[in-house]
Design a protein around this ligand. Structure first.
Ligand SMILES: [Zn+2]
Length: 491
């Protein structure tokens, strides 16, 4: 049982009746989940002043394309340097969905099916929910976010708890990092919580599938090289738009992966993508140097992660509309503690984005909301002690050895088949039943929590403006739908 340091009283936001319903749910959930629920503290107050906290999400950053995670191209020398003073999680995962639900999970410690803020529901975060930024703000932290638009727009509820929530609208680190630097330099004495987000390694509707400033995408290719007969466009569609259209056909099985893009085209796209990772890494390296000049870096808690990976026909799809397989589900997770404690360690224990909020709040010595579904990773960070036995990515269960996909019934043994090439053919029937029941237990817990949290509320909804729709289409969304989270509760 992981002892939580404190707990937020959410009575101001949820009625007594709902608290009772939630209490019963949470007690039941604690029995079946890897997370634990603590007793409320007596004071509900922080123990003392905490560190500056910086959370950085590089959207669509696939872990195995980073040299820090073994990629042969030197794509992340800056993060590798950072890792000398940080703890690196080798088996970290998002909890389902694309940019919007995945980041909302980071900010609320609720699984996507529990917060239910996804493109397909049209919902936004009710003000009654408690966000990570709100807890920091409530306890005296200055809070600021500099994000890159699209699904990170404030209208979905992300701005809740931030003093400043600035949308760079696709400008990437070129806009985000200077704005963050200026904000940090102008601050007063209070500690800071800073959230940064960029689409620099995300596909765009530019001429090439992946492009970043200064020609960074060409780094691993001779300038101007394109595969014969393919420059990123086909039949008037380019980049994200083309890839999305192809992916929609792949999803509908009206197009064979072998006919979508050839091996040379795929390698070319991977090289462009890798070049943008290196470009983003270089920018981040300079930003960290600036934090050092400001006297912030050493004493800050800094986390770098991503909301999901990217697929290059690894499992017959493109972009990141398909969840569950390692290329999408696994994310980088690098945690630098204040003054580099534990630096250089690799952690093989399972971790999930739903755990970020409890982890950051525990290190900041702040109360963790009682409804948080994640578990602080502190025992894993400091002692390599497992804090969870498994996790779920929408309707996929990731255990220490097996991964179970509810939609196909396939099970992969990740100790023997790291690329998930061949489903286990002769899986013990009892084990299969166990995996199924475990997954649906977790999903049903999420659904029950969402229903309890929604009692008495009319969940706010939003519609996209034509401009927002255009911006999202430029990122490759809406042409194909986000994966639908599980909604049934099979008996
Ligand atoms: Zn994303």
């Amino acid at each position: 049982m992981i002892r939580r340091p404190d707990s937020v009283t959410f009575g101001a936001a949820v009625s007594t009746q709902h608290q009772r319903a939630l209490g019963a749910l949470l007690a039941a959930a604690a029995l079946g989940s890897s997370g634990c629920v603590s007793e409320p503290s007596e004071t509900g107050r922080p123990i003392g002043p905490g560190p500056d906290v910086v959370l950085i999400s590089i959207d669509t950053l696939r872990a195995d394309r980073m040299s820090l995670y073994g990629h042969t191209r030197d794509t992340t020398p800056g993060l590798t340097r950072m890792a000398e003073e940080a703890i690196v999680f080798d088996r970290a995962y998002h909890n389902g969905g694309g940019t919007l639900p995945s980041h909302m999970t980071m900010m609320t410690s609720l699984h996507p099916r529990a917060h239910w803020v996804t493109p397909s529901t049209g919902r936004t975060l009710p003000p009654e929910r408690t966000t990570l930024a709100e807890v920091f703000h409530r306890h005296g932290w200055d809070t600021a976010a500099f994000v890159d638009g699209g699904w990170m727009a404030p209208k979905f509820g992300f701005a809740q708890g931030f003093d400043i929530y600035e949308d760079a609208g696709g400008g990437g680190f070129e806009k985000v990092l200077p704005a963050a630097s200026n904000w940090l330099a102008d601050r007063e004495e209070r500690p800071a919580f800073l959230f940064l987000h960029t689409y620099d390694v995300h596909s765009q509707t530019d001429r090439l599938p992946y492009e970043c400033p200064d020609g960074g995408h060409w780094r691993y290719l001779e300038e101007g090289f394109t595969p014969v007969g393919f420059d990123g466009c086909r039949d008037g569609r380019c980049a994200s738009e083309l890839l999305s259209q192809l992916d929609a056909q792949l999803a509908a099985k009206t197009l064979d992966p072998a006919d979508a893009l050839g091996p040379t085209e795929i390698e070319w796209m991977k090289a462009l993508y890798d070049g943008c990772i290196r470009w983003a890494d270089d920018q981040l390296g300079e930003f960290f140097e600036h934090l050092q000049d400001l006297g912030i870096y050493d004493r800050a808690l800094i986390v770098v992660t991503s909301d999901h990976g990217e697929e290059f026909l690894d499992h017959g799809r493109l972009l990141h509309h398909q969840n569950g397989f390692e290329e999408i589900a696994r994310v980088p997770l690098i945690v630098k503690l204040p003054f580099g404690g534990g630096g250089g360690r690799r952690v093989g224990e399972l971790a999930a984005l739903v755990d970020l909020m409890p982890t950051l709040l525990e290190y900041a010595r702040l109360p963790i909301p009682e409804v948080a579904q994640g578990t602080s990773l502190r025992p894993a960070i400091e002692s390599s002690v497992a804090v969870r036995s498994d996790l779920h990515v929408f309707s996929v269960l990731r255990g220490p050895r097996y991964k179970y996909f509810a939609d196909t019934g396939d099970v992969y043994d990740l100790t023997k088949d790291t690329t998930e090439t061949e489903a286990v053919a002769d899986l013990d029937a009892d084990l299969r039943t166990h995996l199924q029941e475990r997954l649906w237990g977790l999903v049903n817990r999420d659904i029950a929590l969402q229903e309890a949290l929604d009692q008495g509320l009319e969940p706010p909804r939003t519609e996209l403006t034509p401009e927002e729709r255009q911006e999202l289409e430029a990122l490759g969304y809406l042409v194909t739908e986000e994966p639908e989270p599980p909604q049934q509760q099979p008996e």
